[in-house]
Design a protein around this ligand. Structure first.
Ligand SMILES: *[C@@H]1O[C@H](CO)[C@@H](O)[C@H](O)[C@H]1NC(C)=O
Ligand SMILES: *[C@@H]1O[C@H](CO)[C@@H](O)[C@H](O)[C@H]1NC(C)=O
Ligand SMILES: *[C@@H]1O[C@H](CO)[C@@H](O)[C@H](O)[C@H]1NC(C)=O
Ligand SMILES: *[C@@H]1O[C@H](CO)[C@@H](O)[C@H](O)[C@H]1NC(C)=O
Ligand SMILES: [Zn+2]
Ligand SMILES: [Zn+2]
Length: 444
């Protein structure tokens, strides 16, 4: 090779190289808004970022923590935010972390992940199974926390192009503890115009997304009732007042509320899941405790259910000469309102999703009877919640959430991270035509 050829060869290499560098970090908006999701997805799938996310998810999965006890999880979150140079507040709502990326100026948009695990034993045998007996990430909140950290990295890499500020909400205690309510009450989202959240689902293929406008998930509450009679010898019922038979009759009557009183087209659920009586075979107990949950798709049906549950329990108890007290446990388990998606934000979500994964991977879903404390954010500002699929074709069907066999297909992490980053970035760019807290163009 002549000297001249060598020089031009080196020059070409150099040009190629600089193009690789500058092309990979090209401006988000250079090819228009619709290209932003793809750019983020490509970035999130890059080996270094993907492997980093998988590592975080496994670390969190191995150390599940229950609501308001997310001490180690929040440490992991803060360590990663520190490494990225992202500032944050902590503790917020006991163990929560609130970070921010962007200009520090309005508009503000929030992204939310939940961090808590469930009190159950993992039955999946794999290298990174839960190391804490009786606790497990069986709802995918380990993936949610990771995907929000992933989104943070994507946003941080393009921070100068953000047209406002993204508030990163790592909340505690979604599973019953209503961490979202405490975050709202802490006042850290006062400036946020809108909020987005996602949940993994085993019911959709990898990278498919779904949601719907308006009603998405049910409102829910818990109840516990103590039915008191008079204990005695099991062979001499005439000297006792049997709360076991009274409780049994109460449970059957509770089932008539939904089957006989509710509109069959207005879905509702009453489930008694707990029944505690005597430990002995030959003793009629003094009292029995029952407990369960109730769900409805509207506020009106929810409050009606609550009223009837109390009436049925106390009235049926007196039919059996027992007395009953009913406790709705709101102190520790605030009622979750129905999850209601803002209609215009749903159209926005659809637009972003179609740009991310294509119309063939986008689906509208029916409302479901599970509930989410994300609803508390939606009471405070326009919000949108959606599902991201992770079904593994080679390993189907995958176990449902809250199953001890629940697994996360980690290939989903780049999809969730880029969906969150895209929604925040696009919201800030398009905010003048989207709903915001001061201006709710929404109906319900
Ligand atoms: C969604 O995209 C359509 C078609 O480009 C556009 O007309 C509409 O304004 C967009 N809506 C939102 C809320 O972004
Ligand atoms: C999801 O959407 C695709 C494309 O619009 C459609 O072909 C498919 O039938 C839908 N799947 C479900 C479960 O609704
Ligand atoms: C339920 O009531 C709350 C608080 O009054 C309200 O913000 C929410 O939109 C209502 N939800 C539905 C589905 O009506
Ligand atoms: C809020 O929405 C209104 C109405 O669409 C719009 O005029 C205003 O610019 C929005 N505010 C922000 C901060 O985006
Ligand atoms: Zn759950
Ligand atoms: Zn969950």
């Amino acid at each position: 090779m002549s000297f001249c050829k060598l020089v031009s060869f080196v020059l070409i290499l150099h040009l190629l190289n600089s193009c690789l560098i500058s092309c990979s970090s090209s401006s988000l908006t250079s090819d228009g808004l619709s290209q932003i999701p793809q750019k983020f997805l490509t970035l999130a799938k890059r080996d270094d970022i993907f492997n980093w996310m998988v590592g975080i998810r496994r670390k969190i999965h191995e150390h599940p923590e229950l609501g308001y006890e997310e001490v180690e999880t929040s440490k992991v979150v803060r360590a990663e935010l520190d490494k990225m140079g992202v500032s944050y507040d902590h503790p917020v709502a006991v163990t929560g972390v609130i970070g921010s990326v962007g200009t520090g100026q309005a508009p503000f948009v929030a992204l939310r992940a939940d961090m808590d695990a469930l009190p159950m034993q993992e039955m999946v045998e794999w290298e990174h199974a839960s190391k804490i007996p009786g606790k497990m990430h069986a709802c995918g909140h380990d993936a949610h926390t990771t995907m929000l950290l992933g989104a943070t990295k994507l946003l941080k890499e393009h921070e100068k192009e953000l047209k406002g500020t993204v508030i990163l909400v790592f909340q505690p205690a979604e599973e019953g503890g209503a961490g979202a309510k405490k975050i709202v009450e802490a006042g850290v989202l006062k400036k946020a115009s809108a909020i987005f959240g996602i949940h993994v689902t085993n019911l959709l293929g990898l990278g498919k997304v779904s949601s719907r406008a308006r009603l998405l998930m049910a409102g829910s509450g818990r109840f516990e009732a103590k039915i008191s009679g008079r204990g005695g010898h099991a062979a001499l019922p005439q000297f006792a007042i049997d709360p076991v038979v009274a409780a049994s009759s109460i449970i059957l009557s509770l089932q008539h509320i939904v089957s006989r009183e509710a509109d069959p087209l207005d879905s509702q659920v009453v489930t008694v899941a707990k029944f505690e009586g005597s430990d002995a075979f030959n003793v009629i107990p003094d009292s029995v405790t029952i407990g369960g949950t109730f769900r409805a798709l509207s506020n009106e049906s929810f409050w009606k259910l609550k009223e009837r549950i109390e009436q049925v329990i106390t009235s049926q108890a007196s039919v059996h000469m027992c007395s009953a007290t009913v406790d709705f446990l709101e102190e520790n388990y605030p009622f979750f309102p129905p999850t209601v998606n803002n209609e215009a934000l749903h159209q926005f979500f659809k637009n972003v999703s179609v740009d991310l994964v294509g119309i063939e991977n986008y689906n509208e879903t029916q409302p479901v009877m599970v509930s989410e404390d994300f609803a508390f954010y939606q009471e405070a500002m326009p919000g949108h919640f959606s599902f991201v699929g992770m079904q593994n074709e080679a390993h189907s069907p995958m176990a449902n959430p809250h199953s001890p066999y629940f697994e996360v297909n980690e290939e989903l992490l780049p999809y969730g991270a880029s969906l969150l980053a895209s929604m925040a970035t696009r919201y800030l760019l398009e905010s003048s035509s989207l709903p915001n807290k001061s201006y709710k163009n929404d109906e319900l």
